[in-house]
Design a protein around this ligand. Sequence first.
Ligand code: AHG
Ligand code: MN
Ligand code: MN
Ligand code: MN
Length: 335
Amino acid sequence: MPKPNQTLGEFIIENQADFPGSSGELSRLINSLRLAAKVVNHEVNKAGLVDIIGAYGETNVQGEDQQKLDVYANNKFIQTLTNREIVCGIASEENDDFIQIKGHKGDNQNKYVVLMDPLDGSSNIDVNVSVGTIFSIYQRVTPVGTPVQIEDFLQPGNKQVAAGYIIYGTSTMLVYTTGHGVNGFTLNPALGSWYLSHPDMQFPEDGQIYSINEGNYVHFPQGVKDYIKWCQQEEGNRPYTSRYIGSMVSDIHRNMIKGGIFMYPKSSKASDGKLRLLYECNPMAFLTEQAGGKASDGFKRILDIKPTELHQRVPFFCGSRKMVEKAEEFMAKAE
Ligand code: AHG
Ligand code: MN
Ligand code: MN
Ligand code: MN
């Protein structure tokens, strides 16, 4: 049971029993993520003071210009997880291929893989807007003792054992689930400790905020256009409020607290939308469902999609259950 003001360290130890027969590996893994998060947080906080804002000068596998902080956060998380030898593999939005971690004995004894978006919303860094980190954890499907393989990463989201995000916002929070609800911890920067500030987070069943990049309206499928118009009609509790930060972590975090829907649909310019199934949609969908919300591609559950590629993209509708159901209704009608 979450206790107010419990530290994350205490919480992890107390809830280890969630994993019968667990060797403590998952706890150690979450421990190292929170450590790397503190280091990245420190760097994000002083972004205007040191030479860490702006472009890194290279393009990633997604075709995006990498920001210096994308590269910094990516290296920091990989370094922390590699040095501590607690995972057998890592896949990241910023790396072309997955990384095998054999361990210093070379015996491949670890059983978890981590998939991550080291810095979400990185185009917002230069303008002092909240950014985040997203992580997703699976147990490998290939045998322990052998090098990790691509199939260990291409698992449907419903096989995640844990997922979470860090939001570097007005305060820094770590929000995660191990499949037993969602809990949010706020960093006290003076002490360097995370405290349980948001126990058992729940998406309101319904809401009044819609979050979408409406600048792309002309490129959206008819169902999305119709749903947006419906959100703007004057009737009952509508028109809804539009809020779009452009950092998915921040947009979904706000909607989870206040009630709302986040959408990144496909468009006539991007047939699968923009967001990555493995690093962005699956972990956010797992958290959303654990908080009583719903996540779909407009037609079917995100967590049931069987991935075929590491950097696969997917349309994403995520948020308060009733709102996502309504959007799906419009999508189905326009088919
Ligand atoms: P990332 O910074 O990890 O590449 O992700 C950016 C994503 C997501 O955070 C955000 O919701 C979306 O891109 C914004 O895209 P648009 O600028 O196309 O609206
Ligand atoms: Mn990116
Ligand atoms: Mn992202
Ligand atoms: Mn990113």
